[in-house]
Design a protein around this ligand. Sequence first.
Ligand code: GN1
Ligand code: MG
Length: 357
Amino acid sequence: MDNQLLHIAKHFALGGKIASIDRLGEGFINDTLTITMEGSSRPDYILQRKNHNVFPDVPAMMDNIYRVTNHIKAKIVAAGGDPMRETLTVVPALDGKLYHKDKDGNFWAVCVFIKDSVTHDRADTPELAYKGGEGLGLFQSQLADFTEPLAETIPGFHNIKFRFTQWDEAIAADAAGRVKDLKEEISWIESRRQKMLDFWHLVETGELPMRVTHNDTKLSNVLFNKDDSVLCMIDLDTCMSSTALNDVGDALRSYTNTGAEDDKDLDKVSMNLEIYKAYMAGYLSKMRDKLTPKELEMLPFAGIYITFEQVLRFLMDYINGDTYYRIAYPEHNLVRTRAQYKLLTSMESQWEEMKNI
Ligand code: GN1
Ligand code: MG
């Protein structure tokens, strides 16, 4: 076992002797490991190095997660559920903080590993999409009465006005000298600028209310029991205040895609309307009575908005010289941009159908 990792893990209130620390998955942002205690046959905790380039204020992020999960726990207890299973549990450090800062300035955090659970990478069936929608709907509904302010851990995360400010700076700086070769891709962004800003205006004026949102709602962030019933939303790093529609949009962006986020074969990429329909039904089964008429009216636009934002973010990172997203090969962010743009145009071409649903 890596001694450095062991040293870090020992700062947390784990109650026992650590048997092993192993790598888990490959997120774009954080490094994730599991901790298995002596006497256990399966992992007991998740240990994560939080990327403090992405999350400038890790203590505030952990404080958000702690307060939100405690609010959810109270709801679960009131409903007779299991508060250690049906939401995340933050494990504090021995000094009482919700994180540990190591000698290199890295931030680490621990939460309980929820056993006998599964995640899915792809919504291959409408049934699974429905359940994913239920997962998000449940999360948002448990937090619908959470009124304390949350820290904005990534400033302007799904705020397109702010993204356009970053975008204009990126184009002007042209840090990687790539702008000259991206005329077509840049026009995809510019031709939709006003429409996207108009949507965000509804948030700024309060016509679309602020709620507690998850902000990274892909299917792999929904945890299921082994029988595929929904447990809870995981990966709460980006949990903050925003419009509920951003969460739905980000889910639709990932669930409905018939291809991969970074598919090189654009013929494989499109929006699956059946999956769209099922996700919405699952989400609305938990949230319909909580949403305002304006939220319901604007809901069909949610996928278009967030998919557009993702095109912009991938392309902007490519223009910046790949400083944000982890890439597997030099053109990766450009491939991602094109694949997400294909998805966006597929959504746009099915706009009437989405509205009718
Ligand atoms: C990032 O690392 P991951 O997959 O949890 C990103 C999301 C993007 C996603 C694209 C904090 O999430 O916003 O939609 O990549 N998270 C952050 O795959 O920027
Ligand atoms: Mg994430």
